[in-house]
Design a protein around this ligand. Structure first.
Ligand SMILES: NC(=O)C1=CN([C@@H]2O[C@H](COP(=O)(O)OP(=O)(O)OC[C@H]3O[C@@H](n4cnc5c(N)ncnc54)[C@H](O)[C@@H]3O)[C@@H](O)[C@H]2O)C=CC1
Ligand SMILES: CC(C)[C@@H](O)CC[C@@H](C)[C@H]1CC[C@H]2[C@@H]3[C@H](O)CC4=CC(=O)CC[C@]4(C)[C@H]3CC[C@]12C
Length: 369
């Protein structure tokens, strides 16, 4: 008899399941994946909140492990029906070395792929990034682009380089024979800047504003638009892609999908003010208060200070040459590929996403005082 969704109880593995996005994917699976029998949460740092999830009907298995350790990955993957691979070093601030970023994001992804092949797991959803595309080193804008838009994706920074290489490995692995003789089916999801509950950079901006008496100072022109996407909708897209990858393998296998929703196109700073404003902060200046060349100088100075101080202390300011370049380059997506290929529609409206984020920032801010 054909397995019905109720009867079919599957094993899912989420790598990086205790991260900002990963936690939302874990919770979304528990709420909205009826086929789930066991949920394996694999992360280098396990969150205490996992314990509260173990009282439900789905078996939640917390696995402390490192994606750079192939044997640990293989043990976690063995027997899984699908792997959602979100684990990664999201570092554009110079915390980790380029080698470490590559080791985690590229070799870690290679280990996940090989584990699927060796153990017979057929379905792999990879969390890629908009940064695989851009902004490129030439500062070319990407304006309302989609998955087919021609764009010179040229990178030098270790983070986008690692994400681009990892994504390529995942897409090239599509169709490989896994243990048992069936084909591996992969796809990659490319979120733009994710926001929502748990976004540490948003929390850092809020705390910076509190320290400055409620003021934030505009550094980027309002005309530079950045596409952003709510974490709950990114999580939902992952759940849906993981579910549909099996039914629509021929269409979805080897494909990339930008993550999108109804969030408005705004400059990075103006978008953040959608949440920080209701929390009492004000953005000073209709135009940047400092000339761009001063920002370039300050960013370079920060990079020099980080290098000089590294033997003594880790100095990781928000402003560095890379973050300034990214913040200063328009990058917005306009696409419906995920909707066409696997029926994705945002689960959370812009209004709901905004309200949820404001409530979180307020709670995070009050805990800081
Ligand atoms: N935050 C954003 O705006 C965007 C993030 N992404 C991607 O989404 C994914 C998740 O990112 P975030 O949730 O923002 O980052 P995060 O840093 O909050 O979460 C990453 C998780 O991976 C885990 N991890 C790191 N190295 C590991 C290792 N060696 N072994 C096992 N676990 C390890 C961390 O402990 C953490 O829980 C990443 O792949 C990132 O590239 C893509 C686009 C935008
Ligand atoms: C100090 C000012 C110049 C301030 O505006 C800097 C903001 C800067 C920290 C952010 C601007 C754009 C962000 C990046 C963007 O959202 C794309 C990303 C995709 C990812 O996969 C990971 C995060 C990030 C690189 C994101 C990081 C923070 C910004 C650079």
């Amino acid at each position: 008899m054909a397995d019905s969704a109720q009867a079919q109880k599957l094993v899912y593995l989420v790598t990086g399941g205790c991260g900002f996005l990963g936690e939302h994917v874990v919770r979304m699976l528990l709420q909205r994946e009826p086929r789930l029998g066991e949920l394996r949460v694999f992360d280098r740092h396990l969150g205490p909140w996992l314990e509260e999830l173990k009282t439900g009907p789905v078996r939640v298995t917390a696995i402390q492990g490192d994606v750079t350790e192939a044997h640990e990955v293989a043990a976690a993957v063995a027997g899984a029906h699908v792997v959602i691979h979100t684990a990664g070093l999201v570092d554009v601030f110079g915390r980790a070395s380029p080698e470490t970023i590559h080791e985690v994001n590229v070799q870690g992804t290679r280990n996940v792929i090989e584990a699927c092949v060796q153990t017979g797991t057929q379905f792999l959803v990879y969390t890629s990034s908009m940064e695989v595309v851009g902004p490129n080193t030439k500062g070319h804008p990407f304006y309302r682009g989609n998955e087919d838009t021609l764009y010179e994706a040229v990178h030098r920074h270790p983070y986008p380089c690692s994400k681009a290489l990892a994504e390529r490995l995942v897409l090239e692995a599509n169709g490989r024979e896994v243990h048992g003789g069936l084909p591996l089916v992969t796809c990659a999801l490319r979120p733009t800047g994710i926001y929502g509950e748990g976004h540490q950079i948003m929390r850092d901006f809020y705390r910076q504003g509190l320290r400055l008496g409620g003021w934030l100072f505009r550094a980027i022109p309002a005309s530079v638009e950045h596409g952003r996407v709510y974490v709950g909708n990114v999580a939902w897209m992952h759940v849906l892609a993981a579910r549909e990858l099996e039914r629509r393998a021929a269409l979805m296998g080897g494909q990339v999908y930008f993550c999108y929703d109804g969030s408005p196109y705004k400059s990075y700073e103006d978008f953040n003010m959608e949440f920080l404003g209701p929390c009492g902060l004000q953005l000073v200046g209709a135009r940047p208060l400092l000339p761009y060349w001063v920002l370039v100088f300050l960013a370079a100075l920060n990079a020099l200070l980080q290098w000089l101080l590294r033997p003594l202390v880790l100095y990781v300011p928000l402003l560095n040459p890379y973050t300034l370049a990214v913040a200063s380059t328009t990058f917005t997506v306009s696409t419906d590929k995920a909707q066409r290929h696997f029926g994705y529609e945002p689960l959370f409206s812009w209004e709901d996403s905004r309200t949820r984020t404001i409530l979180w920032v307020q709670a995070a801010g009050s805990s800081a005082q």
